[in-house]
Design a protein around this ligand. Structure first.
Ligand SMILES: C[S@@+](CC[C@H](N)C(=O)[O-])C[C@H]1O[C@@H](n2cnc3c(N)ncnc32)[C@H](O)[C@@H]1O
Length: 284
């Protein structure tokens, strides 16, 4: 992959980032526990994970919740990453199938699943850039009017057209969705207000340059409007709350002063600076 995702930071319970967690565990285990608590995971579930990267999320998920899972379908655009997923998930081969596909082409054909997981995937989908608010292209005008999407009062903005189209398509399947991504409208927990320093909490998709690759932050409020207009309920929050960030007075000092003289401070500063923009979203 061209980026170090939150999932990879916590790929095992003993990575260097685990000191940030109240209850250190692999990311997939944490997600499985959270989905169970949210009544998103029932017995004999069939899961679809789209864009599973190295397969770490599903490995952690199955390590702790395999008895709840009947079948898993891993869908990915990348042949190379699917090979990595097969290797990571080797011991679960009786439950897991792999499909190489572009999710935009496959979404209409997904049937019989109980839950769709997309962790840090939708920021990779198409984004329409430099849209002039005074001269909206026809398809943007249609989306804005149909879903009541807010746009800036003037100037140009970017729109997560790929993510919006995918949510439209998946909502029509009636399958519950759990997703996470880097957001352009992040939620900062009240007790961690210092993390909002220098952050725009109500902005539009921003380009993030990665190694030989770029992606865009996601305006979650747009996805929520689309889901509500299509009759769905949503729940959302900060990813750092979901993973169970261990609160400590040192966090404020580390983040505000950018003090990085110990390895704890270095790890925590890097993690907080990265994860503070991430949100999770449930659509059902
Ligand atoms: C940033 S990685 C995230 C990987 C993993 N979920 C994680 O959190 O570590 C994005 C993943 O989405 C896949 N992907 C990107 N666009 C896709 C598409 N249109 N259809 C299916 N998979 C896609 C990539 O191949 C990759 O596996």
């Amino acid at each position: 992959m061209k980026e170090f995702t939150i999932c990879e930071s916590f790929s095992r319970a003993d990575t260097e980032y685990a000191i940030a967690l109240e209850n250190p565990a692999a990311y997939g285990t944490i997600i499985g526990g959270f989905l169970l608590q949210q009544n998103m995971l029932g017995p004999c579930s069939t899961l679809v994970e789209i864009g599973g990267g190295y397969g770490s999320l599903m490995n952690g998920f199955l390590t702790s919740h395999a008895e709840m899972v009947k079948k898993v379908m891993m869908v990915d655009l990348s042949e190379g990453l699917l090979r990595r997923q097969k290797k990571t998930l080797e011991i679960w081969h009786e439950k897991v199938r792999f499909v190489r596909a572009d999710i935009h082409e496959l979404s209409g054909a997904i049937r019989g699943a109980d839950l769709i997981i997309m962790n840090e995937v939708i920021g990779d989908l198409d984004t329409m850039i430099d849209i002039d608010t005074e001269d909206l292209p026809h398809q943007v005008r249609h989306l804005v009017d149909s879903y009541g999407l807010d746009i800036p009062p003037q100037g140009c903005f970017n729109l997560n057209i790929g993510a919006i189209r995918l949510i439209e398509s998946l909502c029509s399947k009636g399958i519950p969705i759990f997703l996470t991504e880097h957001s352009s409208d992040p939620i900062i927990p009240q007790d961690l207000g210092f993390l909002s320093r220098g952050l725009d909490l109500d902005s539009y998709p921003r380009r993030i340059d990665l190694f030989k690759h770029k992606e865009y932050t996601i305006r979650f409020s747009h996805l929520i409007k689309v889901a509500h207009a299509l009759g769905k309920k949503t729940k959302t929050g900060a990813l750092l709350d979901l993973i169970g960030l261990r609160r400590s007075p040192a966090l404020n000092m580390v983040f505000t002063s950018r003090a990085c003289s110990t390895s704890y401070q270095e790890v925590m500063f890097e993690l907080l600076d990265h994860i503070r923009e991430y949100r999770w979203l449930i659509i059902r």
